[in-house]
Design a binder for this molecule. Structure first.
Ligand SMILES: [Ca+2]
Ligand SMILES: [Ca+2]
Ligand SMILES: [Ca+2]
Ligand SMILES: [Ca+2]
Length: 462
């Protein structure tokens, strides 16, 4: 506290950042007309308590005798000032830290204050607090006091966890005390569980068996699981699929195709670990394939495009066991995942927006969890009936035929006329008739249909 200016008998006290023009203390003389306040001066710190004291003269206190009053400076109120109630960081919850500034009379030379009592209340009901004594701390004339309180509950997703505090500066007289203002605060569990790892999904007949390593979080509540066709989710907004307390779960109503399982470990305060993800069990095929119209022998690469790939039963009528879409990259590789077919031997057949449907020469053995590679491009004989065309001599590469614009299994005049029409109309974009994949339709696309049509190219299947 500093005394900044002393006009007459009004004293302005600067305790905080600014000084206003409202008197903090008004002192009145003991008798009227004694000219109390005619002279006011700072008296220095007379009693050595760290506060400036004030001398106020009343020079006509009695007929001939002036009187000087010494006012011992102090804060305006003897109430302790509650500074904060805040979470203790980096813990599993349950604690808040409370700090307050002493009563202004808890100072050297003054033993009025004997103790501080910390009170806590649940949020008031109907304006009524329910104060509970949490601690009694002896007054030791320190500027500040702190206390760490163990809270009954933490702030969580469905609970604000707010508790209210006040501090009483107590004297030896039970009826005489000063109380701080009321402040609220809450404790928070700052430590979510670690990510669950490992987390695996394996086929178990038609079911999927999920397995994971138990979390070591000391405040673990359970595991929350999710399923989604997307490989990433936000577990806080995603609707949970299951909860579990074990470290194993059998999914007996699996989704079709390929999708993803996610798991988070949840602590008792609703904190989630990061989500761990695992793919649904599937048959993965790494296919290598080039497409005649999209291939450039000069750069040894092709225009990347979408293909549709089928697993077909190995015996007549070679029905479709599974299908999936994939993107074949410029280097001819595509990763394909089949979520429906059971382990077995299948022909692999490939379709593309304007290429001849092409099958593998023989059935290929596939199984969930055991990815295989299949390369159509390495030899003519990789394709059923050798139904491919060489597109490069160095490196030696074979490609599926291009030009089946109408996807009827044969390249002929009807494909050529579709290309001609679009070329005549300057059609452009991602369209069937753009055989070389440059985004426009012109004579360079028609060449493929013309040449392959001339050679009566058709799909060849078992
Ligand atoms: Ca905490
Ligand atoms: Ca925790
Ligand atoms: Ca055709
Ligand atoms: Ca083109």
């Amino acid at each position: 506290m500093d005394i900044l200016s002393i006009p007459a008998d009004h004293i302005y006290i600067s305790g905080a950042a600014t000084v206003d023009n409202i008197a903090d203390v008004t002192m009145t003389g003991e008798i009227t007309n004694n000219y109390f306040g005619k002279s006011v001066s700072s008296a220095g710190d007379i009693n050595g308590d760290g506060y400036s004291d004030v001398s106020v003269g009343a020079y006509v206190y009695s007929s001939n005798t002036g009187r000087s009053y010494i006012y011992l400076g102090s804060a305006i109120s003897a109430k302790p000032i509650l500074n904060y109630v805040k979470d203790v960081p980096n813990d599993q919850g349950g604690y808040v830290n409370i700090k307050w500034a002493r009563s202004s009379i808890d100072v050297n030379g003054n033993n009025t204050i004997t103790d501080y009592i910390v009170y806590r209340s649940y949020p008031p009901i109907g304006g009524q607090f329910s104060w509970e004594e949490r601690s009694v701390i002896q007054a030791t004339k320190r500027s500040f006091y702190t206390f760490t309180d163990h809270t009954p509950s933490d702030s969580g997703s469905n609970n604000s966890g707010n508790f209210f505090y006040k501090v009483r500066a107590k004297t030896s007289n039970i009826n005489s005390y000063w109380e701080s203002a009321i402040l609220s605060g809450r404790s928070i569990d700052n430590i979510p569980p670690f990510i669950v790892s490992p987390f695996t999904a394996a086929a178990s007949g038609p079911d999927v068996l999920l397995n994971w390593k138990s979390s070591t979080a000391p405040d673990l509540l359970n595991y929350v699981l999710f399923r989604n066709v997307n490989p990433t989710i936000d577990p806080y907004t995603e609707t949970p699929w299951m909860t579990a307390t074990d470290s194993i779960l059998l999914d007996t109503s699996t989704l079709s195709g390929t999708y993803y399982y996610f798991i988070v470990a949840q602590d008792i305060h609703g904190n989630y670990s990061p989500a761990a993800v695992t793919e649904s069990p599937n048959i993965t095929v790494y296919l290598k394939i080039f497409i005649e119209g999209l291939y450039n022998a000069g750069s040894n690469s092709q225009v990347s495009d979408t293909i549709t790939v089928y697993l077909r039963n190995s015996i007549s009528p070679y029905s479709i066991a599974d299908r999936t879409n994939g993107v074949v990259s410029s280097d001819g590789t595509a990763q394909l995942k089949f979520g429906n077919a059971v382990n077995g031997n299948y022909y692999i057949s490939v379709t593309h927006r304007n290429s001849i449907e092409t099958w593998s020469a023989l059935p290929v053995s596939v199984a969930t969890g055991s990815p295989i590679s299949f390369d159509l491009s390495s030899a003519l004989s990789q394709a059923y009936a050798g139904n491919q065309i060489q597109v490069d001599a160095s490196p030696v590469r074979f490609a599926v035929y291009s030009g089946d614009v109408n996807q009827d299994g044969t390249i002929d005049l009807s494909d050529g006329s579709l290309i001609d029409n679009d070329a005549f109309n300057f059609a452009s974009g991602y369209i069937q008739t753009d055989v070389n994949g440059d985004g426009i339709v012109d004579i360079s696309d028609a060449v493929f249909a013309d040449n392959n049509g001339f050679n009566f190219i058709s799909k060849i299947t078992p």
